[in-house]
Design a protein around this ligand. Sequence first.
Ligand SMILES: C[S@@+](CC[C@H](N)C(=O)[O-])C[C@H]1O[C@@H](n2cnc3c(N)ncnc32)[C@H](O)[C@@H]1O
Length: 288
Amino acid sequence: MKNLKNTILQGDALSVLKTLPNDFVDLGITSPPYNKKEKQKGWLVKNVLYHASSDKLPEADYQKQQIEVLNELYRITKTGGSFFYNHKIRWEKGELLHPFLWLNKTNWAIKQEIIWDRMIAANIRGWRFWQVEERIYWLYKPINNNKIGEELKSKHALLTSIWRFSPERDNPHPAPFPIKLPTRIIYSILDKKTHKTIIDPYAGSGTTLVASKLLNHNFIGIEIAEPYIDYANKRLHNAEDERLKIDKEINLHKVNKTFKERKAEGKFVGKFKKNVEKKIISKQNNLF
Ligand SMILES: C[S@@+](CC[C@H](N)C(=O)[O-])C[C@H]1O[C@@H](n2cnc3c(N)ncnc32)[C@H](O)[C@@H]1O
């Protein structure tokens, strides 16, 4: 098998994943196609149309495919590894389709549901309140059936289960996420000192891969559309141009003191306090 490190493999995610070995990935991050079947009417932002895939499967087939993809990702991930899966609640003919419907049928333990407050909604029609949020599921591959896993390191003390930042606007791909998203995850989950392997099976414009590279990790991308691979490779080549964005994101929630030290000082312990949120907002205002 050819060297898998720091490459983007072209093809269908499920077919390519099936060719990869067991237990070699440390972390995964992705946003799959959402199977939204959007029509023009009522949409505030431009429709998401991918170059090489239709995003219009019958819903049952879509969910089955996502379960298979997620189980392949589970197989290739080391025990103790994590996968972050960005998706959203959708409706079909008034029927709510929650990602939990299929996530719960995979092998992964669902460690947390994170709300991504994008502060903007796509649909201007008034069937329900403005949907400004998407979800990010932290999935975990347990060691010896222990679904709790390890305690987080101190550097996450300012992060809550609601992540508030806007969608990406400065990218020609039809549905990229901002580099803040994978940066926050990689910085929070992986130790900076060792080179780990990060996968994105729907790599698109390569946002996860660029963040991985800048944070000194190895990456593997899978993507079906050649133009997006070309664009992602250009981004990877010029990755240093995005260094500032990464540094800004890390500075937002960097905490040097351990939980123990902060506890001894009576700071940031117990339930999440309003002043922590204020601190993040004031940091954001100073930096952006
Ligand atoms: C939501 S986008 C990912 C965007 C990416 N996170 C970024 O920041 O650019 C989903 C991507 O999946 C790709 N895709 C669609 N079907 C696929 C399949 N069966 N296998 C692999 N990639 C696929 C699309 O071409 C698209 O680039």
